[in-house]
Design a protein around this ligand. Structure first.
Ligand code: DGT
Ligand code: CA
Ligand code: CA
Length: 377
């Protein structure tokens, strides 16, 4: 797949890595705000004896006392001895619910999205940010605020020219941080990182490098792949030499069974009348409908996204009573929601920069006789 992407295209990308802060512990704070100012520790109890098991994560208050993930619960308790602290068992279904809601907000911007774990994702925001790192900073702020306002969840965001740089950047300022590393700064940024900061480099690789007299990223960048391949193998050597030069060709992997279909476009400048809004909505709906029909699917949730000139994101979702595969229903509802959103938020038409139509809660109906007539009313 890489061959089809020109270097020029890669050279313009702006990738976000978003990581939710102290995730399980923050989920607990969302439903029990009284936990916010005291150390709280989420534990996986093994059940063998009281307090046997490990810490899954803890809030930043608890981290001040040296409590960490994977630490035995007993050790964590000893570190928090004489301190008012709370120990809680994990509640995975609840954390997954929060994760789903937060990820949906991010996914609803309608760009290439890859969820990598319950609390982490990558998104290609090249288009929304016009491939401009100053715009990306503003946009990251607005995205962070959007998630905080809607779910009360904080996250840390790394912005970079590729997945590698954005992933490392998101860990630089935590919690609730934003770190932007522009294309120009990427090489010096990575040179100042430790070898173990490169995702995928474990103690074994670090040891092998050390035995070659390599103990910094700059050392690696001065080597050629051929010098490292005997010790590390060709694949790892290539990856590391590239990484040490801030190069990473890995792509955002949109999941094959995407749970939504959407299309988002940038509007012409100075849209001044509803006719142009209508035309844009019709073309977005046509594209979404074609995609939906090709996949043989019906939808139930319709989301409209408006991104304003200041990169503020306004979205509204409507759940239909029944699944629908009807273009008319998609179109009619989209127009209605767009008008309501514009009126309810007093948005002036020339302030709308991008508009998106996304359908989700999809259902396979390819076995049906007539797709178009399915549930059509
Ligand atoms: P952060 O990102 O440093 O603010 O803190 P977390 O807690 O979000 O850490 P992260 O992103 O490494 O992990 C996400 C969640 O995965 C975390 O909330 C709990 C779970 N987790 C992480 N490490 C461990 C572990 O060693 N054991 C268990 N059972 N769960 C873990
Ligand atoms: Ca996290
Ligand atoms: Ca994480």
């Amino acid at each position: 797949m890489n061959e089809n992407i020109s270097l020029n295209e890669i050279g313009k990308k702006i990738i976000f890595h978003i990581d939710f802060d102290y995730f399980y512990a923050q989920c607990e704070e969302i439903r029990k705000p009284e936990l916010r100012n005291i150390p709280s520790v989420v534990c996986v109890y093994s059940g063998r004896e009281e307090d046997s098991g490990v810490v899954s994560t803890c809030n930043y208050e608890a981290r001040k006392y040296g409590v960490k993930a994977a630490m035995p619960i007993r050790l964590a308790k000893s570190k928090l001895k004489d301190i008012e602290a709370i120990f809680l068992p994990t509640d995975m279904p609840y954390y997954h619910d929060i994760s789903r809601n937060a990820m949906r907000i991010i996914e609803n911007y309608g760009e290439l999205f890859e969820q990598v774990s319950v609390d982490e994702c990558y998104v290609d925001f090249t288009k929304i940010t016009n491939s401009d790192f100053d715009d990306a900073k503003i946009f990251a702020n607005s995205l962070q605020k959007n998630i905080k306002d809607k779910i009360k969840l904080t996250c840390s965001i790394g912005v970079g020219p590729n997945k590698l740089i954005s992933k490392i950047a998101s860990g630089v300022k935590k919690p609730n941080g934003i770190t932007v590393v522009s294309r120009e700064d990427a090489k010096s940024f990575i040179s100042n990182c430790k070898i173990e900061d490169i995702p995928g480099v474990g103690p074994k690789t670090a040891k092998k490098l050390e035995s070659l007299g390599i103990d910094s990223i700059s050392d690696i960048s001065n080597k050629s792949i051929f010098e490292l391949r005997d010790a590390l193998g060709y694949k790892t050597a290539t990856f590391l030499v590239n990484a040490s030069n801030a190069i990473d060709y890995s792509q955002i992997k949109v999941r094959g069974t995407s749970k939504q279909i959407g299309k988002i476009v940038t509007l012409k400048k100075d849209i001044a009348n509803f006719e142009q809004i209508n035309l844009t909505a019709a073309s977005l709906c046509t594209s979404v409908y074609e995609n939906l029909s090709n996949k043989g699917q019906a939808f139930r949730i319709l989301t409209i996204i408006l991104i304003l000139e200041n990169l503020q994101h306004v979205s509204f979702s409507k759940s239909l009573k029944l699944y629908s595969a009807s273009f008319d229903e998609l179109h009619k509802n989209s127009l209605f929601i767009i008008k309501e959103m514009i009126n309810n938020n007093s948005i002036s038409l020339d302030n709308i920069r991008r508009m998106g139509v996304v359908v989700s809660d999809l259902k396979d109906i390819s076995g049906q006789d007539s797709l178009v007539n399915y549930f059509e009313n």
